[in-house]
Design a protein around this ligand. Sequence first.
Ligand SMILES: Nc1ncnc2c1ncn2[C@@H]1O[C@H](COP(=O)(O)OP(=O)(O)O)[C@@H](O)[C@H]1O
Ligand SMILES: [Mg+2]
Length: 365
Amino acid sequence: MADVTLRQIRKDYGGVQIIHGLDLHIKSGEFVVFVGPSGCGKSTLLRMVAGLETISAGDMHIGEIRVNELAPRDRDIAMVFQDYALYPHKTVRDNMGFGLRLRKFSSAEIESRVNNAAETLQISHLLDRFPKALSGGQRQRVAMGRAIVRQPKVFLFDEPLSNLDALLRNQVRAEIKKLHRRVRETVIYVTHDQVEAMTLADRIVVLQAGRIVQVGTPDEIYGRPQHRFVAGFTGSPPMNFLPARLAQDGDAMTLHIANAKPLLLPSSLAQRWRSHAGREVEFGIRPENLSLSQQHGEWPTIEAEVELVELLGAENLLTLKLGAHELKARLAPQVRPSIGARLAIALDPAHFHLFDLQTGNVIQP
Ligand SMILES: Nc1ncnc2c1ncn2[C@@H]1O[C@H](COP(=O)(O)OP(=O)(O)O)[C@@H](O)[C@H]1O
Ligand SMILES: [Mg+2]
């Protein structure tokens, strides 16, 4: 177990800067997920921790040791890749033990570590098989076993579930989480999938174009996004965004969303945003914070037209039209309005988000 510290870490490829001076401290035993769209630099960053990419500038520490110039094998890390990279001509047992054999561990120690890891991963019955006789999920478990037997200070995962089908992905995801509960090792896990990030992470690092946009617990990232990009990247469907304007009306404050009737803001919000009266903003609200107005008489309401109703079993997803704009609402499964109906939609003021139109930064009270 070790902490990992990045100080002003940069990566240039042939004069083009890909990672722009990142600072991050990962605590010992913490499960940290790097999440962001394809191409934002997640793998590059992970490979720099692993020693598979050179570091163009900055300092990388694993524990007390500055590792910038250390070879991967000397960093005491183990990495699990998306494509498993198993040796086809070795059994599961030999695949798992191979790294230890190279490091001259005794046969008894290798056998004990492999057996323990196999038990943890529930693949003991597969130890004498070859990779071609395994399913995708089983191969992924062998790849994890190979990392576990090394007992590294830090585990690195690069999109390890991407090649699995949806059901298996959920299963293995839950297993990775349980495994971490048990071993409490430092994990850095890379994914483009926000659900994986939300479910696995102690802390999430949201990356965009080689920069950190926000670091926080899953609750913080979801409930208090500091940037429009974070708000729009999390949740399915993600947060709704609408153009809006804050206005002062005597002592009260109103919010003019698109072309809807102005909403009277509750006094707590009016106080928070008073200094921004007159400002054009981007209004954000998550689909689960919309409701039918009858149920929440005290919430501000807007009128919108039902464009689409999707029955998802446990809930219904409504697409609503507000002038030229679209809003998604997650409602109870018994709510089945007809297409074209005009509904009064209540908006939960406890979950209003306002973002700066130019920078995308959240508008603080
Ligand atoms: N070997 C390389 N040479 C030049 N550019 C690269 C190389 N590897 C990655 N890049 C670029 O760096 C950026 C980040 O890539 P990557 O770390 O793979 O992103 P992610 O894993 O988030 O999808 C991309 O724009 C990619 O094109
Ligand atoms: Mg990648």
